[in-house]
Design a protein around this ligand. Structure first.
Ligand SMILES: [Zn+2]
Length: 230
């Protein structure tokens, strides 16, 4: 299974060959949530089905064309040209919490909302790997996007905590792969940030290693979302 996707056309182009050389035949695609930058797998594997949480399938059905439009906007802004437009094809809605069989094993799907209102995290028990989408990023603070919620985000972090405890590796949607200890540290920082955001709004301190201009802009957006939710 390919979970989420790289962004650039050359990365997507080489992905099938890289996985084949690594001895990983691809049997399907999963996306942790419906944000456009996570659903590009079919540009690399046009014939593959895209499995998503029921919540994500509902979002993609309710807002058809949103990922394609946002991809087009991003491509225009960054002068990226693609050989073909994004088609999501047949989206398979998966019950979450739930399981997906793969070979003789089962992936565990856990609800992960708060960043957006949809989504799931994928726990691979035999490898002790957690693929968590846009949570636990070493480079991005918790981002409450348009349909997200800070309280739901906190609940997701608390739900993921026991998996992080057991994890050998955590694969966030943005930034490098983490070992379990580092991911637990980021989880602690993110809980502290969100609790402060809910209590103190704009005055909430950002995690020490994530205070760049870009992160401050995300923080300002979060402050607006939390204020609007009250
Ligand atoms: Zn996202």
């Amino acid at each position: 299974m390919v979970v989420d996707s790289p962004l650039f056309p050359d990365e997507l182009d080489v992905l099938p060959a890289v996985l084949e050389q690594a001895g990983f035949p691809v049997s399907g695609l999963l996306a942790t949530h419906g944000d456009w930058d996570h659903v590009l797998g079919r540009l690399a594997f046009p014939g593959a089905a895209l499995g998503v949480a029921e919540t994500t399938a509902a979002f993609l059905t309710g807002e058809p064309g949103t990922p394609q439009r946002e991809l087009r906007d991003w491509d225009e802004e960054h002068y990226v040209e693609r050989p073909r437009p994004l088609g999501l094809g047949q989206v398979q809605a998966l019950p979450v919490p739930g399981h997906v069989g793969i070979g003789g094993h089962e992936l565990e799907l856990h609800p992960a909302d708060g960043h957006t209102e949809d989504g799931m995290a994928v726990w691979i028990p035999w490898a002790r790997v957690l693929v968590c989408g846009d949570y636990l990023s070493p480079v991005e603070i918790p981002w409450i996007s348009e349909h997200g919620s800070a309280t739901a985000y906190l609940a997701t972090l608390r739900r993921l905590a026991p998996l992080v405890e057991q994890a050998d590796h955590v694969v966030p949607g943005h930034g490098a792969v983490l070992d379990g200890t580092r991911a637990a540290a980021i989880l602690g920082e993110d809980v502290a940030y969100l609790e402060a955001l809910l209590e103190r709004g704009a005055d909430a301190p950002l995690p020490l290693a994530r205070r760049s201009g870009a992160q401050r802009r995300i923080h300002a957006e979060n402050v607006g979302r939390v204020a609007a939710a009250v």
